[in-house]
Design a protein around this ligand. Structure first.
Ligand code: CUA
Length: 404
């Protein structure tokens, strides 16, 4: 039923708990066979009993009142014992599956998941970067195949839900709570993940990609990510000007530094209020999966450049509830208060974008290369899924839902 329901609405990628490349899904499917078979038997049995009695004891005006009696011990016993057996059988099946799926092995690959309004960070706690800090990627989770991957989830604000059904079950991200569980898949590929708990204005725009790689490519990614230091831009290049604004902002107009909220590995930027941007140039999604650029050119396409520009300039306008400051002088919400954003010129915004596009992992560690996008019918066209509103509007979108 899940397969039928879920596959119908995927405008971008197939989400399915019926994806049997995941051991978790295989176990759930095995359990479901018994539950569904029992349900069918019960349905047929009850329907038969209903029609049988309605037919046999239907009112007949030509006979006298039917025999009156009270109680039927044998029937009552059956009606108690049979459901108890059914429920116990299902309970044993469920406990069996939980006992198989829940234990987290010491040797499992570990990934820490942080959900926030409205984005995700995925950290690799066992991999300390040479440049300091832990290897972390925003909104794109890289995991190895053919093994249990132990995810530990928490939230930085409200309750979110991690849900990438192709690799296993969902878990809620709760503030001040750590929960660990396993996901897995046998097939290398890119899978869609969504937030599954209503969490505010951009709940529907809180997506991510799970990129499952074979062990060798996963190791290559981790090794490159460990050694990574953001490339130093050439003097007087757009990237160098973008770097300066990224690190210091533009105090003359009150434009805030990106580095206050974002981390870029190997630079002084160590902010934690926003997603990690260390490998931004390698990523193919923007705004926590709100836009996808699933081609090799990704950021170099005119459409990607246009959206990235709009995103930096006035993020809450293109993504409701986004907590990024604005850079076109309009108001935005900071800690629940309306404040006026600083101003960057269009050229300066493009400089910042150029700097971001250059933050790339070495090509051999590019996890997108030759990784099939699972269940995608229109990968190339999917970057048109969400449109960018006109940039003329100067008002901030209302941001309901208790953004802080
Ligand atoms: Cu986070 Cu819905």
């Amino acid at each position: 039923m899940g397969v039928t329901l879920l596959s119908g609405c995927g405008s971008q990628q197939l989400l399915s708990i019926g994806d049997l490349s995941s051991g978790y899904n295989r176990e759930v499917a095995f359990m479901s066979i018994f539950a569904i078979a029992l349900s069918i038997i019960i349905f047929v049995g009850v329907s038969y009993a209903l029609f049988f009695t309605v037919n046999k004891f239907r009112e007949d005006k030509h006979t006298a009142e039917p025999a009156q009696f009270h109680g039927n011990n044998r029937l009552e016993l059956i009606l108690v014992v049979v459901p108890v057996i059914i429920v116990m059988f299902l309970a044993v099946l469920t406990v069996r599956s939980m006992a198989i799926l829940n234990p987290v092995a010491e040797t499992s690959t570990k990934i820490d998941v942080l959900g926030r309004q409205f984005w995700w960070n995925f950290s690799y706690p066992e991999t300390k970067a040479d440049a300091g800090g832990t290897v972390t990627n925003g909104n794109e989770m890289i995991m190895p195949i053919k093994q249990d991957v132990a995810l530990t989830i928490t939230s930085g604000d409200v309750i979110h839900g991690f849900w990438a059904p192709n690799v296993g079950g969902q878990r809620a991200a709760m503030p001040a709570t750590l929960k660990t569980w396993n996901v897995d898949t046998d097939r290398a590929g890119v899978y869609q993940g969504n937030c599954s708990q209503l969490c505010g204005a951009s709940h529907a725009n809180m997506r991510y990609k799970v990129v499952a790689l074979d062990q060798e490519r996963y190791n290559t990614f981790l090794a490159a990510a460990k050694a990574y230091r953001a490339p130093e831009p050439a003097a007087d290049s757009p990237e160098a000007r973008g770097y300066a604004i990224f690190m210091q902002g533009k105090p003359a107009t009150g434009a805030l530094a990106c580095a206050a909220c974002h981390r870029v590995q190997g630079t002084p930027a160590a902010g934690a209020a926003g997603p990690d941007l260390s490998f931004f140039g390698t990523r193919r999604t923007l705004g926590a999966g709100m836009w996808e650029f699933m081609t090799e050119e990704h950021w170099e396409t005119p459409r990607a450049k246009e959206i990235l520009h709009a995103w930096i300039k006035h993020s809450p306008l293109v993504k409701p509830g986004s907590l990024m400051p604005t850079y076109d002088g309009s108001e935005y919400l900071a800690s629940g208060k309306k404040v006026k954003g600083g101003v960057l010129t269009d050229e300066e915004i493009d400089d910042v974008a150029a700097y971001l596009r250059g933050l790339k992992l070495p090509e051999e560690a590019n996890y997108w290369n030759d990784t099939p996008v699972y269940g995608s019918s229109d990968a190339a066209a999917s970057d048109t899924a969400a449109s960018v509103p006109a940039q003329t509007a100067k008002t901030t979108q209302p941001t309901p839902g208790g953004n802080q």
